[in-house]
Design a binder for this molecule. Sequence first.
Ligand SMILES: C[C@H]1O[C@@H](n2cnc3c(N)ncnc32)[C@H](O)[C@@H]1O
Ligand SMILES: [Zn+2]
Length: 432
Amino acid sequence: MADIIIKNAYVLTMDPDSGDLKNGTVVIEDGKITEIGEKTKESADTVIDAKGSVVMPGLANTHTHAAMTLFRGYADDLQLAEWLEKNIWPAESQLKAEDVYKGSLLACLEMIKSGTTSFADMYFYMDETAKAVEASGLRASLSHGLIELWNEEKGETDLKEGKRFVRAWQGAADGRIKTMYGPHAPNTCSEEFLIKVKEEAHKDGAGLHIHVLETEAELNAMKERYGKCSVHLLEDIGFFGPDVLAAHCVWLSDGDIEILRQRGVNVSHNPISNMKLASGIAPVHKMLERGVNVTLGTDGCASNNNLDLFEEMKTAALLHKVSTGNPTALPARQVLEMATVNGAKALGTETGMLKVGRKADVIILDMKKPHLTPCFDVPSHLVYSAKGCDVRTTIVDGKVLMDNYRVLALDEEKVIEEARTAAEELVARVNA
Ligand SMILES: C[C@H]1O[C@@H](n2cnc3c(N)ncnc32)[C@H](O)[C@@H]1O
Ligand SMILES: [Zn+2]
């Protein structure tokens, strides 16, 4: 007997070896997809009639700072340096562990409700984010942010905490939680420190999550300090590999793209954050053409200001059409690949496709809506017309976290209320 059968759905598999099914069935057992076809002989405890709906792999948000939901709309319309150093960092200095728990739980709720089933996060008090992930049922790759700022003592303390976190949570929540090392960026961590972090990550078999060339200011600062850009510095110290997740990658040269490709580095493209902070336009079209694994992220809610990956997909598609002057750039299916297949590859999860044997991270979208009518092409609708709130059912690891718009995993009202109060009290402390 299976656990879940989803029937009568348009099945968007995202599997290059098999096409979509216009009217199909997906069977889930023991957390995995066990059958995909027109019909099944199986029976199950839970049978979902998905007539008029699309079933597809859950989306992967490969760069966010979940607890920053507390700073949603807190400091908008500012230059990145002023935003981060004069507004966000002072506010973060007032964060308490319980704030991070409440903010992360709010993020998890928002992600469940908008079809994101896994995410990568770099922040502080990460035990709290891990607990929120555990409680919510989502999948995540978590790292403690290491911001050395050329202060050796701070570097040591951060790295120690990063290591403790990696060891405490690796493989937790039935394997839904993975841990990484999170050196913040090459312009906030010294060369020596980055080398040390790489060594520790290697010893622990953990990945590395880092911001790379987000701004022109970073590029200039790196050239002044080292006579080369961030990508070349990281290459020269042996930092890169398929275990590296590099966020932003806006200010890349052609040579940088070649290094990222050769080393199998995973790139997290965050178009909305880059547009909001006017950081620039990442050469995504070129990266994809050359075979770099480009994925999608929202960044934190202080620079987006939500976690809706459907919005991110549409923005990515539009941005790279207008920036290349080529409306055929980033077609809908390729953008969907970034948010599913490529994201799963970057996070090293066995998800991202509806395929027998893969883990069952699955979402169902309700297509019987005015803004989704008529429907000639499903991928087109998912990228250009749908929104996160069209997701009606979210399944992670074969467990239903939201059923027909009802969140089962969390007490929605309580999560919202507690996060709202925590954010207000936090901002009051900052202004005191
Ligand atoms: C982990 C650290 O990264 C910071 N952070 C959040 N958004 C960005 C961004 N766009 N660029 C650089 N750092 C960022 C968080 O505010 C935290 O201090
Ligand atoms: Zn970030």
